[in-house]
Design a protein around this ligand. Structure first.
Ligand code: ADP
Ligand code: MG
Length: 676
């Protein structure tokens, strides 16, 4: 039997009740449990000096006790403050109800404390650490202890025990889906060894080997899958375009000159059309670099060559914005442009379907409604998806299956470091629009902490008085839409009744219906709203050139890529724009500093890659390739290229995976892609 078909209940220590808790974490089978990788490890041998501490990491510090004081707060709650120091600094350690331990600490003696480092008001601290007393020297185990993501009902110990039992249960039945020749060539350990050591590493070396093996495998299969798609689409005939000059006709109607980067991108795509190649291309261009006109020019060629073109956007607001912009571009040429979004009535949709099927419509703009719903094209020649990082491979395939191998262009403003693009967009060629339209001023960015947060709104008021507009964004809280909404509502009220009482403060959130959102956006665009408080629904694409301020509340909750996207909503006109990152404490100050230093999305993403590892980029929301389970753990970035090379080599030497030594690979790929 396959490990994925073996129930969790077979694992000793997993009762029916516990099984349900595991289910909540997405763990349903024995295989899921083996692949439920730790998010980090406690390393108790990792002894640091106070000056080397980093907030939110678990470390040991070896310190001398300077003073101890215990207060009885309530009958059942005592709090002890212990001040300690080493040669590099001092810190406070707080204990709750640990009087017994604390009483054994002797002022002037050295101890090792193990716990999570916190940082507040300019100094480090630790709460409830474990203490190594001199007389129990070395009671800390010197292994790495796994830390798992948890849910209510589960503790670290329950999960550890369950995983241990699962490893024993599966010991003889784990099947290695990388053949030994490949393992040898790339010095990868066996799968069972990897499972054992990723959960309970023997030592650092074993852990590294385990992570390397598992990361390689995940990257390799993604690269292989995408490589096979690329081969398939390249081999099949695709629509033939001609009439390339027509793109210039559109360019001539624009009130501005195209940048060199825009021209180059159009040329690169046309070169493929000329060679009658199937186009499958990623167009990367920072926010505001002008991707929409590039898309419009390519669509122009498609329609003039006798085909239909589709543009898919990730949100309804964006789809509607593209619709009105492209209609303006295309109507002078007599093209019929249609919109398809979920919130339209059945009757409206039916009319659109009809015009698509009978070929009357030339251009369709919409959300992913166009994949899932009954849209059928009579001669689809080109699919463009905007802000691709929001779509998965599944959608990428879904749309291109709507025609006879149509050309595919995806546009993204999320700058992906080159190394990672190799894997994430392994099936595509890449063009980069690396130049901004002339006359854009870089957005001035400042981080505001504590009381300064209030002052930011004084600045907003000043800008509104000048006739400008502002965005205020509240973050997603713990993925809870409800709290998210409450937060935005409260902030709007506070601002409207307080410092911004003379402004018109609007609210936009994810729970509003499409039409409602549009109404608000329209009001904002028409300057009937001065300050728009919103949840992250505005993240992508929205174009309001008169907006000069972007305030991001609790900016520390966002990744740098998301912050960069949000900041890109301002500075889109000729006016100087500002972005304020509001945070409540200093913990993330260092990370956010890069936002003040540069407006270059590629620099920011390289920085993110270096500091947080590739995992951040492999989060499903960024790229949509399901289940990169290794993503939380860091590994050597050069592995990405190694895995891609291995996949390319294999496709070259055995494109149909028919050789006996590749049987294991074939089986895995087939499973992966029927899932898509
Ligand atoms: P993005 O790449 O973020 O999707 P858009 O396509 O929305 O950017 O373009 C942003 C703004 O810049 C739009 O108002 C667009 O009309 C304008 N724009 C695009 N290309 C140029 C150019 N070459 N010169 C001046 N403005 C341009
Ligand atoms: Mg755009």
């Amino acid at each position: 039997m396959e490990l994925s078909e073996i129930s969790l209940r077979n694992v000793k220590s997993i009762s029916e009740k516990r099984e349900k808790y595991f289910n909540k974490l997405g763990v349903f089978s024995l295989l899921d449990l083996l692949e439920f990788f730790p998010r980090s490890y406690e390393n108790r041998m990792n002894v640091k000096k106070i000056c080397e501490l980093v907030p939110k990491t678990s470390v040991s510090v070896k310190c001398r006790v300077l003073s101890v004081s215990t207060r009885q707060i309530r009958r059942k709650l005592s709090v002890s403050d212990v001040v300690v120091s080493d040669s590099t600094g001092r810190m406070k350690i707080v204990f709750f109800n640990r009087k017994y331990d604390v009483d054994r600490l002797k002022t002037g003696n050295e101890y090792i404390f193990f716990g999570e480092v916190e940082y507040a008001y300019g100094s480090f601290s630790m709460k409830q650490p474990q203490i190594e007393l001199p007389e129990t020297q070395s009671s800390f185990t010197d292994t790495l202890t796994p830390i798992y993501p948890l849910t209510a009902g589960l503790t670290q110990n329950i999960v550890r025990t369950a995983v241990k039992n699962a490893l024993i249960y599966a010991a003889d039945s784990v099947y290695d889906n990388l053949p030994s020749n490949l393992r040898q060539k790339y010095t990868l350990c066996e799968k069972m060894y990897a499972f054992n050591n990723i959960h309970f590493p023997k030592d650092n070396e074993a852990l590294e080997a385990a992570i390397r093996r598992i990361a390689f495998e995940e990257l390799f299969y993604v690269a292989l899958g995408l490589g096979l798609i690329k081969k398939r689409t390249k081999d099949e005939p695709s629509p033939i375009f001609h009439n390339f000059k027509t793109a210039n006709e559109l360019a001539e109607t624009l009130p501005f000159e195209l940048t060199n980067a825009q021209k180059r991108t159009v040329r690169e795509i046309c070169a493929d059309f000329r060679d009658k190649k199937h186009v499958n291309r990623l167009v990367q261009g920072d926010v505001g670099s002008g991707k929409t006109v590039v898309a419009a020019m390519i669509m122009m060629i498609c329609v003039r060559s006798g085909f239909q073109a589709a543009l898919m956007a990730p949100t309804e607001i964006l789809a509607r914005q593209h619709y009105s912009e492209l209609k303006k571009y295309f109507e002078p040429f007599g093209f019929k442009v249609e919109l398809l979004v979920s919130s339209m009535s059945a009757k409206e949709k039916k009319t659109v379907y009809e015009t698509l099927r009978n070929g009357e419509a030339d251009v369709l703009i919409g959300t992913n409604a166009m994949i899932f719903e009954k849209a059928q094209f009579s001669r689809l020649g080109l699919c463009i998806t905007d802000e691709q990082h929001r779509f998965g491979v599944k959608q990428r395939l879904g749309l291109s299956q709507k025609g006879e191998n149509p050309h595919v262009i995806v546009m993204t403003a999320t700058p992906i470091p080159r190394t990672l693009a190799l894997i994430l967009y392994g099936d595509m060629d890449i063009s980069v629009i690396d130049e901004m339209p002339a006359g854009r001023l870089p957005v001035i960015t400042r981080t505001a902490v504590g009381e300064n947060r209030e002052k930011v709104y004084g600045f907003v008021l000043g800008e509104v008085k000048k006739g400008h507009q502002a965005f205020v964004v509240c973050p997603l809280i713990e993925e809870s839409e409800k709290m998210d909404l409450e937060n935005a509502v409260k902030l709007r009220e506070k601002l409207q009744n307080g410092i911004l009482k003379d402004c018109r403060v609007g609210l936009l959130h994810g729970r509003m219906k499409g039409a409602e959102k549009d109404e608000i956006m329209l009001k904002f665009k028409n300057r009937e709203i001065d300050v728009l408080v919103s949840t992250t629904v505005i993240e992508v694409g929205i174009n309001i050139p008169n907006a000069t301020v972007m305030v991001i509340e609790d900016a520390n909750r966002f990744g740098l890529a998301a912050l960069h996207q949000l900041r890109g909503r301002v500075g889109r006109g000729k006016l100087q724009a500002y972005c304020f990152l509001n945070i409540s404490d200093m913990t993330s100050f260092k990370r956010l500093k890069i936002m003040e230093e540069t407006n270059d999305g590629f620099k920011i993403s390289e920085f993110d890659l270096k500091n947080r590892g590739p995992g951040e980029f492999f989060g499903t929301r960024q790229h949509g390739i399901a289940n990169m389970k290794i993503s939380g753990l860091s590994y050597d970035i050069s592995l990405v290229k190694t895995a891609r090379d291995a996949a390319d080599e294999l496709i070259l030497s055995d494109p149909d995976l028919t050789l006996p030594e590749n049987r294991a690979i074939k089986k895995t790929v087939e499973k992966m892609y029927t899932a898509i």
